[in-house]
Structures are given as structure tokens and as C-alpha cells.
Write a protein that binds this ligand. Structure first.
Ligand code: FES
Length: 143
């Protein structure tokens, strides 16, 4: 279907926002931006983590930090959360589950699952956060 045919079909009016809204990707569970009184914040679900093997969230906590959450490779009942901002020059690392390392796409620094430097040029570890689950919800405490 050509774009003009699609626009003609859906029209321009009150139905359009509903259709656009229905096509927008959504998290599998609602994620609250609120920081709880115990300092934890909901960042996703175990269902989502099981599907994607990592969850990246931004603008967390009062300091608007990023968090990358992975299953602990040595104990899948535990979670690991790190600040994915590479300590070399600030790029965002990703989790390579097959190699079990965080890899920086900019200059190939590698970090172990607990954030320690395996290979530079980075020399400082990734910051880590406390993480836990409650039911299906994943919670991280941004400090
Ligand atoms: S910014 Fe990550 S290795 Fe350079």
C-alpha cells in the first residue's frame, strides 16, 4: 500500500492518533518513573529481560542516570545492573551474552559482568547499582 493510499484510508482526524498510538512500541509492563522511598525504581520486567537478555534504561533516579540490566551469568536468579557509560570516553556499552562481557562500541574496551576492566583503553570499572526483582518487576537503586 502506498503512503497516499494509507493516509486516505485512515483519514486525518480523530481516528489518526488512536491508530498511531496503537502502532507505537510499548514496554511489556508499565514502568514507573517514580523513585520509591527505599530508593528503588522499576526499570522493566523479568519477562522482557528473558526475551532480550539485557535492558537499557535512561533518565533514572534523581540524577538522570542510565542503567543496563543483565541476568547474572553465574546465577540466573540474580540480576546485575551497571551504569553503561564507558569510563574511557563516555560511549554506551552493550552486553555480549555469548562472550559474557560488556563491550564498548567506540574503542573496544571490555568489562566483566561485574564491571571490572578486562581490556582497555578504559582503566576504570563501570559503576554498578543494586538490583532486585519483585514478582516480574525489576528494580534498580540508582545511587
Ligand atoms: S569510549 Fe569506550 S573504549 Fe573508548
Amino acid at each position: 500500500m502506498k503512503r497516499r493510499e494509507f493516509i486516505t484510508l485512515v483519514g486525518v482526524g480523530t481516528a489518526t492518533p488512536l491508530i498511531i498510538s496503537a502502532c507505537t512500541p510499548k514496554a511489556s509492563q508499565p514502568v514507573s518513573n517514580a523513585v520509591r522511598s527505599d530508593g528503588f525504581q522499576e526499570v522493566g520486567t523479568l519477562t522482557e529481560l528473558g526475551k532480550n537478555q539485557q535492558i537499557l534504561r535512561e533518565n533514572l533516579g534523581n540524577s538522570q542516570q542510565k542503567a543496563l540490566i543483565i541476568p547474572n551469568p553465574t546465577d540466573n536468579n540474580q540480576l546485575i545492573a551497571v551504569n553503561p557509560t564507558c569510563t574511557h570516553a563516555g560511549c554506551t556499552v552493550t552486553w555480549e551474552s555469548e562472550k559474557q562481557v560488556f563491550i564498548c562500541p567506540c574503542h573496544d574496551s571490555q568489562f566483566s559482568s561485574d564491571g571490572k576492566v578486562i581490556e582497555g583503553p578504559a582503566t576504570e570499572p563501570l559503576a554498578s547499582y543494586e538490583a532486585k526483582s519483585e514478582g516480574d518487576a525489576i528494580l534498580v537503586k540508582i545511587s
